[in-house]
Write a protein that binds this ligand. Structure first.
Ligand SMILES: N[C@@H](CCC(=O)N[C@@H](CS)C(=O)NCC(=O)O)C(=O)O
Length: 217
């Protein structure tokens, strides 16, 4: 059953609704980008510690049972990176998601880096320490350290990941890097990364993710 067919699921025909878990970095990159674009939205919290993403009413919206989900003017979009691209293209006036094919591919590299390397490193390590997700801790720690070194090398002598200005590359990659202490690793050895995080935090509309929560994902 599609959400449109399920009368029990409120899919508003107009306006913007974000289903998100408060402590999720995947949710955070969408939440922060909406805020940076100055777009009004209603946030509907899904607590994955309470398995709310498995409730039938949420599965009717996203059968994958994952947050974030954006509903905009009656249309449902899942996956944080897809949502970023939609928002940047529709509302971002070309600043965040470049029109030039080569520049676009350069930025896209970092969305893939976020969805693969950052997911399998810093994100899973944090989930392990915050939610008890069973992982190979040693292998995931090594992957996380490799991600951090890659970012440190990339950002040394650079303000932003690509194009000399903030783009979706930065928005996609930063949440689980900023939350590295939740994964029980220090940001101290990475001065270029810390400076970059500071630049992101000073962008208009930035809002921090609650990092000191008792359990996070
Ligand atoms: N590729 C997806 C991943 C979404 C994802 O893994 N979300 C997590 C929260 S950070 C979730 O909903 N987990 C619930 C579950 O695994 O049951 C995205 O970027 O949005």
């Amino acid at each position: 059953m599609t959400p449109e067919q399920n009368a029990a699921v409120p899919i508003p025909a107009v306006g913007r609704v974000l289903y998100a878990f408060r402590f999720s970095g995947n949710s955070q990159r969408v939440r922060v980008f909406l805020s940076m674009l100055g777009l009004p939205f209603e946030e509907r919290p899904i607590d994955i510690r309470q398995a709310e993403q498995r409730r039938p009413e949420f599965l009717a919206i996203n059968p994958a049972g994952l947050v974030p989900v954006l509903i905009e003017d009656g249309r449902v979009l899942t996956d944080s990176h897809a949502i970023l691209v939609w928002l940047a293209q529709r509302h971002g006036a070309g600043q965040w998601w470049p029109g030039d094919p080569w520049d676009l591919a350069l930025v896209m590299q970092w969305l893939s880096f976020s969805a693969n390397e950052i997911h399998h490193g810093p994100n899973l390590l944090r989930r392990h320490h915050r939610l008890g997700l069973p992982i190979d801790v040693e292998a995931t720690t090594q992957r996380t350290l490799a991600v951090m070194q890659r970012l440190e090398d990339r950002l040394t002598g650079r303000d932003w990941l690509e194009l000399g200005r903030p783009t979706l590359a930065d928005i996609a990659c930063y949440p689980y890097v900023e939350a590295l202490p939740d994964a029980r690793l220090s940001l101290e050895p990475y001065p270029a990364v810390r400076a970059w995080l500071g630049r992101i935090a000073s962008l208009p509309g930035y809002r921090p993710m609650p990092a000191a929560a008792p359990a996070a994902a």
